[in-house]
Design a protein around this ligand. Sequence first.
Ligand SMILES: NC(=O)c1ccc[n+]([C@@H]2O[C@H](COP(=O)([O-])OP(=O)(O)OC[C@H]3O[C@@H](n4cnc5c(N)ncnc54)[C@H](OP(=O)(O)O)[C@@H]3O)[C@@H](O)[C@H]2O)c1
Length: 343
Amino acid sequence: MEEVRNHQIVLKHYVNGFPKETDLPLVTSSTIRLKLPEASTAVLVKNLYLSCDPYLRGRMSKTQGSYFNSFTPGSPIDGLGVAKVIDSGHPNFKKGDLVWGATGWEEYSIIKTPDALFKIQDTNVPLSYYTGILGMPGLTAYVGFYDICAPKKGEYVFVSAAAGAVGQLVGQFAKLSGCYVVGSAGTKEKVDLLKNKFGFDEAFNYKEEQDLDAALKRYFPNGIDIYFENVGGKMLEAVLPNMRTNGRISACGMISQYNLEQGEGVRNLSHIVGKSLRMQGFIVTNYFHMYSKYMEMIMPLIKQGKICYIEDVVEGLESAPAALIGLFSGRNVGKQVVVVARE
Ligand SMILES: NC(=O)c1ccc[n+]([C@@H]2O[C@H](COP(=O)([O-])OP(=O)(O)OC[C@H]3O[C@@H](n4cnc5c(N)ncnc54)[C@H](OP(=O)(O)O)[C@@H]3O)[C@@H](O)[C@H]2O)c1
């Protein structure tokens, strides 16, 4: 029976402030048998692709009362990924199945609650897409835009962190809905992508703007109907006075706050009252029941070439810590994926 040494990414200690690569060392574990014990109901997988997601930063801190659990210092971390079943004690899975869902940041994982895994049915697309457009970030863009914002043709849409996993899709969904859409991102390369690849009407580099309020007035002289919020902080404060009456804000994420020990204040929330705004947060895991509906919409769009999707792919588990940390400096261009193995 084959036994291998498993390589794993471990959280060294709880993190305060900006995370460093050294917070997430690569270790070699004791051996793991590539066969489950007789009575096991678990699934043993070989991990293929790991998804770098901003929420993982929260799990690196000692948090209480959050919607996610903190990682345990000294133990391997986990997240979302694409994997191949090597052995299964669960009736819904068999050897050779491809799955996406919660798995370890390691080469091989034993998944004790496989009910939460999605079986991959369509392999006529890159498998890595199940970490992004066909996985959690894709569903996030879908729910956060269509469900929370209820867009109407001709509305004015603003998306922050627009060149990332979620943002690039929101912008394209807005165009498919007949909206005018502007995105913000942190480099010229990303701004070019937004305008020339993803079809945003306009885009700007927020790092080059002295006055975010003035930048928004330049691109939205008539105001914003829908703000897809990915960053929070100063950007939210600049957006609020530029919202139109009855505008909607989908509070998807606030990445600018994740590494701050003390979050920034937003001083002009009274615009929510005066402009009758609706600002709604959401957590995508509460919408997984909509996944099949989302797949019915997105798969034909991908196959007909009506939606484009960019990934930033790094090779090897050893590259994973830098890739994850890179999300917080904007190093990634598109969805950040780590290749652990190619089947
Ligand atoms: N609610 C949910 O269930 C849910 C699910 C998934 C994701 N999210 C949230 O959605 C947002 C986007 O996630 P994603 O996976 O698509 O990540 P991503 O956009 O692919 O990567 C993160 C990007 O955020 C930008 N960023 C980093 N620090 C920033 C700062 N201080 N100020 C402004 N921008 C900053 C960087 O782009 P620039 O180069 O443009 O700075 C970076 O590339 C995050 O806030 C995430 O937490 C929420």
